[in-house]
Design a protein around this ligand. Structure first.
Ligand code: C2E
Ligand code: MG
Ligand code: MG
Ligand code: MG
Length: 289
């Protein structure tokens, strides 16, 4: 009895494994073509200063819809791109696209302080990353101080062969800003905050979810914000979905918020319109009048 049970569950497991491997393989092939043909696009989610309601920045988020496989979430295709090395060309495309989007906002007079781009660990540790980043900034005529690279804590720990301090310092020496993404979900020692050139902490959405009723959560978020302030590090709270959450965050002396409460990630065209409403001439005139 037990034997046949484990046999069938093994077969079930093996089938699932094969299905997963097949999908991964399919995604890899399609993704390679999509990158070559320029079929990915970026969405943009505003980062708002809640004390002034001004959009200060935005995060670029990769999107991909395959004709056959349909829309594939970035968490899935980025992981595969990391594993097969496609993250290098994909990541460069994202950087270039984000820089040109930043220019397009400013050309329309919709001043943004900067734009954020997610960088995956493998991309960041790739030999020559910093040199290529520097060349790209020149080619795109991008003011480095307007670019924020979002990295996760795993950059520091995944690979013992590279020294994260050196890489981040080289990035920072270009003038580019560094955000620690999904802060609080990794296992990094807080001493990193002292040793690394981190400009911004992005407190992970899991801390903001249900914040209204979570007293321990509130204590944690408040402590992270005041710790960051004493270290001279900015904070962005991610994933705020309600007004109550935003009010709490503001009461903890953090005004930069990103979340569905303000807007979901949207197309470039929609973001221009959103920015026009929030930061544009009309809202300036409305405030003055
Ligand atoms: P992330 O960098 O932490 O990005 C924030 C994610 O949280 C986005 O998911 C965003 O849509 C979502 N989010 C923002 N506010 C809210 C909210 O109020 N409620 C909820 N439920 N979700 C919210 P998305 O776009 O699906 O991206 C997922 C992850 O995929 C990103 O997490 C990032 O790690 C990765 N990713 C996306 N684009 C890129 C890229 O161009 N390069 C790299 N390396 N990774 C990327
Ligand atoms: Mg991010
Ligand atoms: Mg995040
Ligand atoms: Mg996240």
């Amino acid at each position: 009895q037990a034997k046949s049970d484990s046999g069938s569950s093994y077969r079930f497991f093996a089938t699932r494994m094969n299905e997963q491997t097949a999908r991964t393989g399919q995604i890899e092939i399609s993704l390679r073509q999509a990158i070559e043909k320029g079929e990915l696009h970026l969405n943009y989610q505003p980062i708002v200063d809640y004390s002034t309601n001004r959009v200060v920045s935005c995060e670029s988020l990769a999107r991909w819809t395959d004709p056959k496989l349909g829309s594939i979430p970035p968490t899935e295709f980025i992981k595969i791109a990391e594993e097969c090395g496609l993250i290098i060309p994909l990541g460069e495309w994202v950087l270039r696209e984000a820089c040109s989007f930043y220019h397009s906002c400013n050309r329309n007079g919709l001043k943004l302080d900067g734009i954020s781009v997610n960088i995956s660990p493998r991309q960041c540790r790739d030999a020559g990353f910093v040199d290529r980043l520097q060349a790209l900034l020149q080619e795109m005529e991008m003011d480095p101080t307007r670019l924020q690279l979002e990295i996760t804590e795993s950059v520091m720990f995944d690979d013992q062969r590279v020294n994260p301090v050196e890489i981040l310092e080289a990035i920072s020496a270009l003038g580019v800003k560094i955000s620690l993404d999904d802060f609080g979900t990794g296992f990094s020692s807080l001493s990193y905050l002292k040793r690394l050139p981190i400009d911004t902490l992005k407190i992970d959405r899991s801390f903001i979810m249900g914040l209204e009723r979570d007293m321990d959560g509130q204590a944690l978020v408040q402590a992270i914000i005041s710790m960051a302030a004493s270290l001279g590090i900015d904070v962005v709270c991610e994933g705020a979905e309600t007004r109550e959450q935003c009010d709490l965050i503001r009461s903890f002396n953090c005004s930069r918020i990103q979340g569905y409460y303000f807007a979901r990630p949207m197309s470039g065209v929609d973001f221009h319109a959103y920015l026009g409403r929030m930061n544009g001439i009309d809202s300036v005139a409305a405030k003055a009048g």
